[in-house]
Design a binder for this molecule. Structure first.
Ligand code: APR
Length: 310
């Protein structure tokens, strides 16, 4: 393939991302993890599926970064889940250090790459990767809104018994309880859902979307969602690799847009070969804007916490 993507962290999200990239024949894939032999094993397993899945993408696993050199995109899913007895601060600190190290190593090998962050807490991890890479703001992008919007779309489609392909949704803000689903801009075949559902049903779907990650965690009991997160990361990667100029909600570094300064938060952006090629400023009502500012305050709090732990 003439494009190359490195996926860091070969756990559930990373391995599924590698699988989707290869099976869509978008690029060659390098899968990196600290676990000895694990990324190599998963890469080989994926490669052995290629004759049946009918793709010619190369998939390599590695524990170090040389193999990643010259990547067009770096997708970061590395991190550790909370262990018994570990405080939230310890967890954030550990994951912050992982993010810092893997970003620095990957950025050194691929100085022209575009970075897509998937690891949580998402918006805060984007700040860490932005600082550690030294890349321009258009080349550091967080995956959150595409996932949250896909969840909202799935719920809309189930509610109205229509094809998911007819649905469109926008979820802005931070990737957490304060996210801001926008029903006015969420449509079925172009018709706003506010014309198709009662305010109560919309609120129920919005609430389920906000708690979407937690709903999966409570069902799985160990681990968190990975099929939809990997789909979302791959949609972003595809838009960049194919220079599609696709408008998607992503975590972007804002400098005054939406009245927010110096913060990564989810907004609609145009994704193309240069990463974030534009930040789309849509008109928000007073209450939508207030919800976005509240979400920005929550992300600011997390970023401040992170600075204290650093
Ligand atoms: N370098 C490379 N890989 C690392 C490092 C490191 N320094 N530290 C941890 N990892 C790897 C782990 O070995 C593990 O294989 O990151 C992988 C994470 O995989 P999982 O534990 O399966 O987690 P996953 O479900 O894939 O989620 C990863 O994405 O959606 C987010 O909240 C989620 O932050 C989490 C991330």
């Amino acid at each position: 393939m003439d494009k190359k993507v490195t996926v860091i962290g070969a756990g559930n999200v990373g391995a599924t991302t590698a699988q989707r990239l290869a099976e869509k024949e978008l690029c060659d894939v390098v899968l990196i993890d600290i676990a000895d032999g694990m990324p190599q094993g998963k890469a080989l397993d994926l490669l052995e599926a290629a004759p049946i899945e009918k793709h010619d993408a190369s998939i390599r696993g590695a524990n170090t970064y040389e193999a990643s050199a010259g990547s067009d995109i770096i997708i970061i899913t590395a991190g550790i889940p909370r262990k018994p007895g570990m405080s939230r601060d310890d967890l954030i600190k550990t994951n912050m250090n992982i993010m810092k190290n893997v970003t620095a190593e990957a950025a050194e090998q691929s100085p022209n790459a575009i970075i897509i962050i998937v690891s949580n807490p998402l918006d805060a991890m984007c700040h860490v990767a932005y600082d550690a890479s030294g890349f321009s703001k258009n080349r550091v992008i967080g995956m959150a809104g595409v996932l949250d919007s896909a969840r909202f779309r799935a719920f809309i489609s189930m509610e109205l018994d229509v094809s998911v392909e007819n649905t469109h949704a926008f979820v802005l803000g931070g990737h957490g309880d304060t996210m801001v689903p926008l029903p006015r801009y969420s449509t079925v075949a172009g018709i706003p859902i506010t014309e198709l559902m009662s305010a109560e049903r919309i609120e129920a779907l919005v609430d389920r979307t906000r708690k979407g990650g937690g709903e999966i965690v409570s069902l799985l009991k160990t681990g968190s969602a990975f099929y939809a997160p990997s789909s979302a990361a791959v949609e972003m990667a595809e838009a960049i690799l194919k220079d599609k100029k696709k408008i998607l909600p992503c975590a972007a570094y804002l400098e005054g847009e939406y009245g927010i300064n110096g913060l990564f938060i989810g907004v609609p952006v145009k994704l193309g070969a240069n990463g974030i090629e534009d930040i789309i400023q849509i008109k928000l009502t007073d209450s939508e804007n207030a919800a976005l500012q509240k979400s920005a305050d929550a992300v600011t709090g997390l970023v401040e916490d992170l600075k204290k732990l650093a």
